[in-house]
Design a protein around this ligand. Structure first.
Ligand SMILES: NC(=O)c1ccc[n+]([C@@H]2O[C@H](COP(=O)([O-])OP(=O)(O)OC[C@H]3O[C@@H](n4cnc5c(N)ncnc54)[C@H](OP(=O)(O)O)[C@@H]3O)[C@@H](O)[C@H]2O)c1
Length: 156
């Protein structure tokens, strides 16, 4: 994209673009982003939106397509994997979507972007994941003025 400042966050965004071949998100994330993303959304890959309400696919500028998936998280992931080829599938959010994939053990890497803002309430990302423990291996931490980007890999 154009504009803005060139800094360490730019490098992380570039890395994300290069590595990501498809995106999965929940319908709430889609609804909150739809207007802001405009005609040329920042994904530039196929995006699979989980919902219980069927609707026709949307083709946007720049390579982004939105496909609305009504038959569950496994179907969305299968379609995203097929579309992504050798590249990663990004489970982008929101909390309900990420929690379901975490519960099923379908996430390989977890990237948290911790922003220096304290919110007193809201949805909790790590909730309802079931009992038991899964170990994570730290991969890297990148600290920028806007956020601390922490990446973990689940230990198999
Ligand atoms: N900070 C971030 O990086 C980030 C990222 C993403 C989202 N967000 C925020 O998180 C909030 C949304 O989070 P959320 O947890 O409420 O919602 P979400 O995961 O984005 O979407 C939940 C919706 O997705 C659909 N859905 C989820 N699982 C499904 C399944 N297995 N089968 C069919 N449909 C399914 C349902 O839509 P229907 O009601 O249509 O059936 C459900 O109401 C928004 O405010 C968004 O802005 C933040």
């Amino acid at each position: 994209m154009t504009g803005g400042e060139e800094n360490r966050d730019s490098a992380l965004m570039r890395e994300w673009f290069d590595a990501t071949g498809a995106v999965v998100m929940g319908r709430m994330m889609y609804d909150t982003g739809e207007e802001f993303w405009g005609d040329n959304p920042p994904f530039r890959t196929p995006v699979f939106v989980l919902t219980h309400r069927p609707r026709p696919a949307l083709v946007k500028e720049g390579g982004t397509t939105f496909t609305f998936v009504t038959d569950g998280i496994h179907s969305a992931l299968d379609q995203a994997r097929a579309a992504a080829g050798d590249r990663n599938v990004d489970i982008a959010g929101g909390a309900s979507t990420v929690q379901q994939y975490l519960r099923e053990g379908l996430i390989d890497e977890l990237q948290l972007h911790v922003v220096p803002v304290l919110l007193g309430e809201g949805l909790r990302l790590f909730e309802g994941l079931g009992a038991g423990r899964r170990n994570l291996e730290p991969v890297r931490v990148v600290d920028t003025p806007l956020a601390t980007h922490v990446k973990y890999r689940f230990v198999k």
